[in-house]
Write a protein that binds this ligand. Structure first.
Ligand SMILES: [Zn+2]
Length: 273
């Protein structure tokens, strides 16, 4: 009998120690925007600060998808999304280690001349893209790829001597400021905007993203990118980044790369182990 009374007392105590009112106010852990990051809704303003409203709205509407792409891109450690523009450049000693000669692939690629070089990590996507275009009877002619710092310096200086610095800056990068130094950029066709109206030019415009390539200097964006429209200049950024650019950044590579560059440490710090 004594035992039963004690038991009832213990149960009553256990039940009374957590009243319904207390249960309601108990803190639930804030829901994460993505399981790989310690980011919650409260972090959205910081995550989207500095972006145009339409981009911020897209991220706020689909944070899970956005962060999934970010995780796969890993901008904090990837060389594919390094920002290279008129303000942020590469040092003269930046030379990719995996540069290969495209002459070794001349049976699969269409080359404007001998001597083109590119990073090996771009090759699988380039070969697959060339193969698919060929299936449709189109030649993606490669006209310019990797350029060293020194080569770009000579090129820029020649343009300045010919057209003056102001004009040269609209179409040519200063040494260290060229995406071509990355070894992940390809100029296609005849390197004029007549390329945009050719069948290969139109095909690339529609399909390059599927292989991870992105048009660096789109039409009508000169005031933002600093470069006039270059319908021939594609940078390999990887498929996830190409999707991110299309889905969230209105197809504007420069805007996405600036964002990834700005937020890279915030995102890396939020990575869960
Ligand atoms: Zn180019």
């Amino acid at each position: 009998m004594k035992k039963t009374i004690l038991f009832i007392a213990a149960v009553t105590f256990a039940l009374s120690s957590c009243t319904p009112a207390e249960a309601e106010t108990a803190e639930e852990p804030p829901r994460l925007l993505h399981t790989a990051f310690s980011l919650t809704e409260e972090d959205l303003p910081e995550l989207t600060s500095g972006l145009p409203e339409e981009v911020a709205e897209k991220i706020t509407a689909r944070p899970e998808y956005f962060l999934q792409l970010i995780r796969d891109i890993s901008p904090w450690s990837s060389e594919l999304t390094i920002l290279v523009n008129k303000e942020t450049g590469l040092s003269s000693s930046y030379i990719p280690e995996d540069i290969v000669a495209l002459d070794d692939y001349s049976s699969s690629l269409v080359l404007s001349r001998g001597g083109h070089r590119l990073r090996a990590l771009v090759l699988p996507a380039l070969l697959a893209m060339t193969e698919e275009a060929a299936q449709e009877g189109l030649d993606l002619m490669i006209s310019s790829c990797y350029r060293s710092y020194d080569y770009q310096e000579g090129l820029y200086n020649r343009y300045v001597a010919r057209d003056g610095q102001e004009a040269a800056d609209r179409y040519s990068a200063r040494p260290g400021m060229s995406q071509h130094q990355l070894g992940t950029v390809i100029d296609f066709g005849d390197i004029t905007n007549a390329f945009a109206d050719t069948a290969p030019g139109q095909w690339l415009h529609e399909n390059a993203w599927r292989f991870g390539f992105s048009l660096s200097y789109p039409r009508g964006m000169e005031s933002y990118t600093g470069y006039m429209w270059e319908s021939w200049h594609y940078r390999y950024i990887g498929r996830d980044a190409a999707i991110l650019e299309r889905e969230f950044f209105s197809g504007i590579q420069e805007r996405m790369l600036r964002y990834l560059n700005d937020k890279s440490s915030l995102l890396e710090a939020a990575l869960l182990p």
